[in-house]
Design a protein around this ligand. Structure first.
Ligand code: IPE
Ligand code: IPE
Ligand code: MG
Length: 235
């Protein structure tokens, strides 16, 4: 689907809180429903031939939410890893959590390392989950490590991957999806989305489903990507 044969889709999974509030439920109930949707969309993505799927689960700015919500989000993530790692193994999905690890609870870091180790040999699809992630922080940190060494853009990308704990360089994002109606990146994959096709939908994440993914892929299939050139040169 992409020129590199590594079709990379990234999703900003937004709208859990509103989904719950519309039903008179606490925001945390929306996060529980959102986590269920992650499992369905991961499996649908593997079936659709996506090679790399990067999901925004918890941004560095999300630490600013009330602490019960932060705790429930981090707990949910740990539960997700505990329950989904075997399923990913069966489906040959490699798990990789990107973002900072120095501010996460030690038990969550251990769970992340365990899931990454168990699925390290899986090749069908790469599932990258962004946790305590800030694109600006990653770029600044990579720049700090690169300072004064005259690195090429390619070497800079490997430094970025190192900063993000990205097991392998993921390549650029082909399609960036954001659910929940907002049309912004919220500090997600700023470098990687340089030529991404952007797809925004009002559907809230817990309602997204396989149908939502297919609608986005269909929309993407109709896009004309030129990468700054004229069409004949991009063929
Ligand atoms: C996305 O849903 C999940 C995270 C940001 C962790 P939100 O919790 O942002 O839901 P809304 O945007 O308030 O509806
Ligand atoms: C972006 O959603 C982060 C995740 C989906 C994890 P937010 O709800 O935190 O973003 P803003 O505040 O609307 O920009
Ligand atoms: Mg939100």
């Amino acid at each position: 689907m992409s020129a590199a044969g590594n079709f990379h889709v990234a999703i900003i999974m937004d709208g859990n809180g509103r989904w719950a509030q519309r039903r008179g439920m606490p925001r945390s109930a929306g996060h529980v429903q959102g986590a269920k949707m992650v499992r369905r969309v991961v499996e649908a993505s593997a079936r659709a031939g996506i090679r790399t799927l990067t999901l925004y689960a918890f941004s560095a700015d999300n630490w600013g939410r009330p602490s019960p919500e932060v705790d429930s989000l981090l707990r949910l993530l740990q539960c997700y890893l505990a329950s989904e790692t075997r399923r990913c193994l069966r489906n040959s999905v490699r798990i990789n959590v990107i973002g900072r690890r120095d501010r996460l609870p030690a038990s969550l870091v251990r769970a992340i390392e365990h899931s990454e180790r168990l699925t390290a040999h899986c090749t069908r699809m790469r599932l990258r989950i962004a946790v305590d992630y800030s694109s600006k922080h990653s770029i600044l940190e990579a720049a700090r490590r690169a300072s004064a060494s005259g690195l090429s853009a390619q070497s800079f990308e490997s430094l970025l991957a190192e900063v993000d704990h990205s097991a392998v360089e993921s390549g650029p994002v082909d399609l960036l999806i954001r659910t929940g109606g907002e049309q912004r990146l919220s500090d997600f994959l700023l470098w990687d989305c340089a030529y991404a096709e952007l797809y925004f939908t009002d559907v809230l994440w817990p309602d997204f489903g396989e149908a939502g993914l297919h609608a986005a892929l269909e929309d993407f299939a109709g896009r004309q990507r030129r990468f700054g050139k004229v069409l004949a040169e991009t063929a």
